[in-house]
Design a protein around this ligand. Sequence first.
Ligand SMILES: [Zn+2]
Length: 96
Amino acid sequence: MATQDELNEDLAKAEEALAQAKAAVQARQALTEEQALAVDLHEMQCHFKGSMDCGWGWEQDWKGHEHKEYLRKAEKMLAVTDIATARKIVRIYRGF
Ligand SMILES: [Zn+2]
């Protein structure tokens, strides 16, 4: 059985993870449909995600090159289909 200190540490880590998850959900909910689709398209398509070759994580807002590029793709998709269909396509590609 874990010590009280270990349990307290586990609880603190879990609470921190919960707070981060809640913040991520709130940030996602604050996006427009086009921005949310752009995020999904980037997750699906960027082969450099998480590396120095991907600017997504460095960019501060939607004016950054990579954010603008994926927002443009999302807008193009939504010009030819509705958001529900676009989301279904992304989910299929991502394997869900
Ligand atoms: Zn990227």
